[in-house]
Design a protein around this ligand. Structure first.
Ligand code: FMN
Length: 260
């Protein structure tokens, strides 16, 4: 894991994740441009007035730096969701987060379903899952691989099952236990082909349903075609500006959140 990956929390509260296995390609470039735009949106022109600097530029993380095991359908998350639902009194957040469920009667349950998933003991997913829950704004950037997402990105989305099971078996738990609210997830997909009516369809459906477990709203995605060589995006000033503008939209939204 890179040193950068050690902490995923940042003051801008925006998680920017590049999901390409290829380092230095179009997804990485797009993620960096989005982050730049997001910083501009966050500053909202304030740097001209009071000299505020670059400190709010969200860091870009690379999924390939994290070992994320694929879901094995053990349904531990489903069992935990039912234990939580059937706990004999209303759990306080402290009990829930403080690994104190035994006292509540939910024996053998652990603290946080996402981090209690057995796979989080042996892989690096806990940091990422936590970041997904905590971020107000997320930007996922990924290439299209055979009309879908690269395997490592799909593996991460499958691990959202932990939130999905909680949400469906214990309605309302997301808001109560994770304080989930008004999260947005922007999506940038890059593909080599120029054509293909359903080129992005599979990826977008997976993203929509997997991220619904954390109640993420997906604004209009940015779908980019004809980007194949690793430097194709960096040779297109128009597309680069389009991505910055998409980032500015997210930054302006975050600024409004921070000001309220
Ligand atoms: C295994 C693999 C499968 C791919 N499948 C598709 C595909 O189905 N459709 C497409 O348009 N491009 C496909 N591509 C091309 C990539 O989407 C394209 O090169 C993209 O720019 C890679 O993004 P990156 O530079 O961020 O890695 C594929 C590439 C690889 C390596």
């Amino acid at each position: 894991m890179s040193p950068q990956a050690a902490s995923l929390s940042n003051q801008a509260n925006c998680l920017v994740l590049s999901c390409s296995p290829r380092a230095g390609g179009n997804s990485d470039t797009a993620a960096r441009l989005f982050s730049e735009g997001c910083a501009q949106g966050l500053r909202g022109g304030r740097e001209e007035k009071d000299g505020e600097g670059q400190e709010k530029s969200p860091p870009v993380f690379f999924l390939r730096d994290f070992a994320v095991e694929p879901c094995i359908a053990c349904d531990t998350c489903g069992k935990i969701a039912l234990l939580l639902k059937n706990a004999n009194h209303q759990l306080t957040l402290r009990e829930f987060a403080g690994n104190d469920l035994e006292r509540t009667g939910a024996r053998n349950a652990f603290a946080h379903p996402a981090f209690h998933c057995p796979l989080t003991q042996s892989d690096a997913s806990a940091l990422l899952l936590r970041a997904f829950v905590e971020a107000s704004s997320i930007c996922l950037v990924s290439p299209v691989y055979f009309y879908h997402l690269p395997a490592m990105c799909k593996a991460l989305l499958d691990r959202m099952q932990t939130f999905w099971r909680l949400k469906t078996l214990f309605p309302g738990s997301g808001k109560r236990l994770f304080a989930l609210q008004g999260k947005t997830c922007r999506v940038i997909l890059v593909a080599g082909q120029k054509q293909g009516r359903k080129l992005f369809a599979g990826a977008l459906l997976s993203l929509k349903y997997s991220l619904s477990g954390i109640d993420a709203r997906l604004p209009e995605p940015l779908l980019l075609r004809a980007l194949d060589a690793p430097d194709d995006l960096s040779r297109s000033p128009e597309l680069m500006e389009l991505i910055r503008a998409y980032g500015r939209e997210a930054g302006a939204e975050l600024r409004a959140l921070q000001e309220n």
